[in-house]
Design a protein around this ligand. Sequence first.
Ligand code: GLU
Length: 275
Amino acid sequence: MFATRFAPSPTGYLHKGHAVSALTAFTAARAADGRFVLRIEDIDATRCRPAFEAAICEDLAWLGLDWETPVRRQSEHADDYLAALGRLEADGLLYRCFRTRREVAEAMASAPHGPMEVFRSGPLPPDEEARRLAAGEAFAWRLSLDAAERKLGGFAGLDFLEEDEGRIPARPELGGDVVLARKDVGVAYHLAVTVDDALQGITHVIRGRDLFEATHVQRLLQALLGLPTPAYRHHGLLVGPDGRRLAKRDRAETLRSLREQGMTPADLRKELGFG
Ligand code: GLU
């Protein structure tokens, strides 16, 4: 059965760009007589706030959306992510990375091909790793692209269906050796999303173009974890009056403030092309 989702992180109020994502997914689910799932991506307790989650639900209901219950909250499912992480580790696909964010940024800035080069450090020599572990230093788990490539015999066979465009070869190397478990949070975005999309039976991932590169990484994780691959639709992004992509910092464009200024859901749907 067709199933899609809207997966906001409760780190701020929803803006018009979120409304486009939510309406695109919701409309597709209704047209297919399928499921529409709201997932709260709140693994990062340092940035997420329950008040924002409540506001998200309020704003979506105001827009005229309804969704399946109970809503999946990532903060309540650490076991699922740790199980997936354990499988990847047992398969020799992960390594410990002790670098701080700043050290990673510095390494990237001095990379031979410039700062745009993706991060691929590989594991430390065993004795240095043992020494740092014994000293109690915190580490993140990174996915080793080299190990993944060996396990799959290369990435040539990996692709995904982009609706309207056809099959696209996945290029997971775009993301480098991504972090799958953060030092501070214990799990990272790509792993939680990949596991949840599979557990929730998502057949169509509908989200903004800003997450196109994420799809290449998540396609690799699906292959490594033996999970099904949904179809994808990456919709265009709204830009603000200054030509920049809308972000949570653009307070004036939050659905909440538009509502306070007297905009109706029908006005907004029409403006966004869902009238
Ligand atoms: N939680 C992510 C965000 O708010 C979206 C994840 C996704 O759609 O895969 O940007």
